[in-house]
Design a binder for this molecule. Structure first.
Ligand code: GLY
Ligand code: MN
Ligand code: MN
Length: 356
């Protein structure tokens, strides 16, 4: 954690700032390890603090021993003002993409006018895209748990069950096995609902002969996983197999082809070309993938309009899909890490066409 604070300090020098306040919960966690729901990390050249309230002081001291924990009373801005005076700060950055207009105008600028408040972008996020060995370990644990949940659910799903029963069982499994919860609303989209890329589990009954898209992940030790598998229930026709094979080929070509330094746009193209060649280009309407870590969706992006480059140490999903309204859909999603020679999959769940 100390080296993360050091990196922020270097950034402050580059930006000619005396300090920065970090309120985005994911960035706050990255710099502090603190998991409470309220608190501000303030980093200056000399000091690093976590300002929080009575509910969290003890927890903050336990989770963030590398930071000076300051408890504020009901008037948080007064405490912030005192610290700013103590540290003699004149120019302080805030997170432009997180703070609301009203916080900046009515809290920061109005209550602490002695300071020049400077919007910053990506100040912490730019470090978060590169995962440390400890972060990779945490991610792998979250991915492994999702893999186990998928294996478990294959023995659980039966025709006639509601999608919601399946998502509840998945959620229960994740929590019983150490997760704080699922990392997003679990998608169980069966039969025609499979054409909804984000078809959150509904009351629909799963029937024999349908495909079911299951997209889920665990939130574990502060990190998120995200995996999708599509299964056939009871039996499968030609079309189900053809579409599945196309998506699988698209996914494998991307995993094989993506190398360090490639753009997010070119990475996306590996899968899109396979799917377009089969005539389903218009039915793959989302990007190929997204970075993942503390947030389920973070940088980099893999899509036709991405401005990311994919570098060693980044972790992201590879998740092509084909969605046919009225028929259904197929998506296959793994999490991979970029290494020197290409990507390595963290996801271990099998991908061959499976009838359950
Ligand atoms: N479940 C959200 C996603 O795959 O991005
Ligand atoms: Mn997903
Ligand atoms: Mn995803």
């Amino acid at each position: 954690m100390e080296n993360r604070i050091r990196k922020v300090r270097q950034e402050l020098q580059e930006l000619n700032l005396d300090g920065v306040i970090i309120n985005n919960p994911s960035n706050r966690f990255y710099l502090s390890g603190f998991t409470g729901s309220a608190g501000t990390v303030m980093v200056t050249e000399q000091s690093a603090m976590l300002i929080t309230d009575f509910r969290y002081t003890e927890q903050a001291n336990n989770q963030a021993p590398h930071l000076e924990v300051v408890e504020h009373d009901l008037k948080k801005m007064d405490t912030l003002q005192e610290l700013i005076s103590r540290e003699k700060l004149k120019k302080i950055g805030f997170e432009e993409d997180f703070e609301t207009f009203s916080t900046v105008e009515k809290q920061l600028k109005e209550k602490i006018p002695s300071v020049e408040w400077v919007p910053t972008q990506n100040l912490v996020e730019k470090f978060r895209v590169f995962k440390s060995p400890e972060e990779l370990k945490a991610l792998q644990k979250a991915v492994d748990l999702a893999d186990q949940a998928l294996e478990h659910i294959c023995g659980f799903i039966k025709p006639g069950m509601k999608e919601k029963e399946v998502s509840l069982e998945l959620e229960f499994f994740l929590r019983k096995n150490g997760a704080r919860g699922s990392s997003f609303d679990i998608i169980v989209a069966s039969g025609p609902r499979g054409s909804l890329p984000h078809g959150i589990a509904s009351d629909k009954e799963i029937k024999a002969g349908e495909l079911v898209v299951i997209d889920m992940g665990a939130r574990l030790d502060g990190y998120a996983s995200d995996v999708t598998r599509t299964f056939a229930i009871g039996k499968a026709g030609e079309k189900e197999r053809e579409i599945y094979d196309t998506v699988l080929k698209a996914q494998l070509e991307a995993i094989e082809g993506i190398k360090p330094g490639i753009s997010g746009q070119d990475a996306d193209k590996f899968s899109r070309d396979v799917i377009s060649a089969k005539g389903y280009g218009d039915n793959f309407g989302h990007g190929l993938g997204h970075g993942i870590g503390i947030d389920v969706h973070e940088s980099p992006r893999l899509s036709p309009i991405s401005d990311s480059n994919l570098e060693e140490g980044m972790v992201f999903t590879v998740e092509p899909g084909i969605y046919l309204p009225g028929w259904g859909g197929v998506r296959i999603e793994d999490i991979v890490v970029m290494e020197a020679n290409g990507v390595r999959s963290l996801t271990g769940a099998p991908k061959e066409f499976k009838i359950i």
